[in-house]
Design a protein around this ligand. Structure first.
Ligand SMILES: Cc1ncc(COP(=O)(O)O)c(C=O)c1O
Length: 452
């Protein structure tokens, strides 16, 4: 009976449901999940898989977490959602206050939004609107005092924006919406199809100085060169601090980040830190910017913000940015999603942060790092493997050639694990609650599947 239900579910799925980055005619198998608990996924057919993905890096506490369940249930009894235009509520205010408290200093204004990609759009719009407002101030100060400064004067409203371009790193990934795609690596960022319609931005090589090592002047040269030549048209440098995620899972020196921040300041360009993947402990610090002791001008958070329960993201900025945008025409920040500040999502996010802070998360991540280093070491001996790298709760086996997805995906599930490779990368980003036996099994399975 169970088997029949699963079969018809999968048949309907194949007929009607489009999955991420996939064809409607894909022959890569899709598996129906019936429940998730702790670090296990239970499939509709009863099989249990150990989860190595944290559902695309979000479920940091694992699944079916009593405290997170309770936070949502409790919030549901008072209200699920109300519009955020003209209204506010305790879960959103408390969450924003908490985010200001735990993120690097000077990030004091919080804009809540729907997803990581949207928070990148918001960050880019904030940067552009900031410079637009600054342009207006400069123009007011230098223009003829007798000029017509009325907001009804069209020449005031249509002044061209000068600082509207972005610099980003090769191998960077910032999301799938059009603005975010324009700062993703044009090749590994999966967006080559749209190159012709995306805004043209500046790309510099990804840092070559390794995590834990200092950078030399040559490492910063590409950034310095672009800033020197084009700073007048550049609104911001956007990067994923220390860990480049979906664009290649590469780790780089915190020193690069530190120097990049200094250069941005020198050339009057904002720094946007996309901490959507790294935020909330994944890189070993609560936020990856802490590795370099820097505070960006704008920070994007998402993914594990709600412990993987609901979609929610936040874009934080300095008071200098929020005041400049708010004090100058048009005096508003032009963004406002329907589900902004969703009360259920804010409640579960608050509880997830409380749970994280109450846990020995740093010790847990140190253990995960140790287990990953030991567990993945044998993969280095395989001919098909190019490199094995580990940082905190991220373990990567980079192959010489891209995997055959239908085959490897089935092999992992048959072996009782949930690991979803992409391209040449097989990686583990487990929930922080995982224990040594489960993580060792995940690592050993990667070795056996690659070696079979
Ligand atoms: C660094 C980074 N930025 C942005 C995004 C996009 O987030 P979302 O998928 O929630 O839109 C991701 C997603 O993987 C990411 O890793």
């Amino acid at each position: 009976m169970k088997q029949t239900n699963t079969t018809s579910l999968l048949e309907d799925d194949k007929k009607h449901v489009w999955h991420p980055y996939s064809s409607m005619h894909s022959d890569t198998p899709v598996f129906a999940v019936q429940a998730a608990n702790g670090v296990h996924l239970t499939l509709e057919d009863g099989r249990q898989l150990i989860d190595g993905m944290s559902s695309w890096w979000c479920a940091i506490h694992g699944y079916n977490v009593p405290e997170l369940n309770q936070a949502i249930k409790q919030q549901l009894d008072s209200m699920a959602h109300v519009m955020f235009g003209g209204l506010t509520h305790a879960p959103a205010v408390k969450l924003c206050k908490k985010l200001v408290e735990i993120t690097p200093e000077k990030l004091e204004s919080v804009f809540l939004c729907d997803s990581g990609s949207v928070s990148v759009e918001v960050a880019m719009k904030m940067a552009i609107q900031y410079w637009q407002a600054k342009d207006n101030i400069n123009h007011e100060n230098t223009s003829n005092p007798q000029a017509n400064h009325s907001p009804n004067n069209p020449s005031n409203n249509h002044r061209a924006v000068t600082k509207k371009k972005f610099i980003s790193l090769r191998n960077g990934y910032h999301g799938d919406t059009l603005g975010a795609m324009s700062v993703c690596d044009p090749v590994t960022g999966m967006h080559t199809l749209f190159t012709d319609i995306l805004a043209k931005n500046y790309f510099i090589p990804s840092p070559t100085c390794a995590f834990g090592e200092p950078c030399q002047a040559k490492d910063l040269l590409p950034l310095k060169t672009v800033l020197k030549q084009h700073h007048e048209s550049i609104a911001a440098l956007i990067l994923e601090p220390v860990v480049q995620g979906a664009g290649g899972l590469k780790f780089y020196s915190a020193d690069y980040l530190k120097q990049a921040k200094i250069l941005c300041k020198e050339y009057n360009v904002l720094l946007i830190a996309d901490e959507i993947a790294t935020g909330f402990g994944r890189s070993g610090k609560l936020f990856a910017c802490e590795h370099a002791s820097i505070s960006p001008d704008i920070m994007c958070l998402g993914k594990s913000l709600t412990g993987g329960y609901m979609t929610l993201a936040a874009t934080l900025c300095t008071k200098e940015i929020s005041n400049t945008i708010s004090n100058n025409p048009p005096h508003v920040f032009m963004h406002g999603p329907t589900f902004m500040g969703n009360a259920l999502a804010c409640s579960v996010a608050l509880e997830s942060i409380r749970l994280l802070q109450a846990s020995p998360w740093q010790e847990n991540i140190n253990n995960i790092e140790k287990w990953l280093i030991n567990g993945l070491a044998s993969c280095k001996n395989l001919d098909t493997v190019n490199e094995v790298r580990v940082l905190a709760a991220i373990g990567v086996v980079e192959l010489k050639q891209a995997v055959d997805m239908p085959i490897i995906q089935q092999a992992f599930v048959d072996a009782g694990v949930w690991i979803r490779p992409f391209g040449k990368l097989i990686y583990l980003m487990p929930p922080y609650t995982i224990q040594e036996p489960e993580l060792t099994l995940l690592c050993n399975t990667i070795f056996h599947v690659l070696n079979s």
